[in-house]
Design a protein around this ligand. Structure first.
Ligand code: TYD
Length: 210
């Protein structure tokens, strides 16, 4: 069996950079790595970008012209394909799967959008839990600075408000799901990478030897 690692965090936390660095780290150690993301690049993910993420790169604002239930179902449909077609087969083949976002994003974001957490957990029950979830945590002010280039001025307050809720939700989820580990994402990129690999070694390799 392979290893399944997920990176989570608010927009602008540095997930994709760290996912790439972690993938390289595993590859240098001889592992076969599948680096993937949600929303995916399949037709489902494209549908989400068209119907839900109208606000643009900074994420969901209130741009969605569809109901929040339909929004959650679209993310779940994209995920079902992702799990069945890529994640599960890759894990079974003994590969290291690293996903930039997974169902924890649905819990944090769609909960912040006003849906019931238990409803969301049930909706996503088909998705196997990850071996390790790295939550890149940082204050919203910092993340907004990073994504400033891609933000829409008129929606600024709404973005800040949503991201603050999402950050709080992630921290609450970390108490509920014991695979979630919090990493300080304010540090320099290399330091964060070192924190992540130390965590991977401790959680996935040393513990397995006990
Ligand atoms: P993001 O990682 O920014 O994708 P990309 O950079 O490829 O467009 O994700 C897009 C937004 O979707 C982000 O604000 C988080 C949100 N999202 C959810 O609300 N629920 C989910 O289940 C997922 C996977 C993402």
């Amino acid at each position: 069996m392979g290893i399944f690692i997920v990176l989570e965090g608010i927009d602008g936390a540095g997930k994709s950079t760290q996912a790439k660095m972690l993938a390289k780290w595993f590859e240098n150690r001889g592992y076969e790595v599948v680096l993937t993301k949600e929303p995916t690049d399949t037709a489902f993910g494209k549908l989400i970008r068209r119907l839900v993420l109208i606000g643009g790169k900074e994420g969901i604002i209130d741009g969605a012209r569809i109901s929040k239930e339909a929004e959650a179902l679209l993310f779940a449909a994209d995920r079902a394909e992702h799990v069945k077609k890529l994640i599960e087969p890759s894990i079974k083949a003994g590969k290291v799967v690293i996903s930039d976002r997974y169902f924890y994003s649905s819990l944090a974001y769609q909960w912040a959008r006003g849906l019931d957490l238990d409803w969301l957990i049930n909706l996503n029950a088909f998705a196997p839990r990850a071996d390790l979830v790295i939550l890149l945590d940082l204050p919203v002010k910092e993340s907004i600075n990073r994504i400033n280039g891609r933000s829409i001025r008129s929606e600024f307050d709404k973005i800040v408000e949503l991201q603050k809720k999402v950050r709080k939700n992630y921290l609450k989820l970390a108490e509920k799901f014991n695979e979630i580990r919090i990493i300080n994402a304010l540090a320099p990129v290399e330091d964060i990478h070192n924190d992540i690999t130390a965590l991977v070694e401790h959680e996935l390799f040393e513990k397995a030897e006990d």
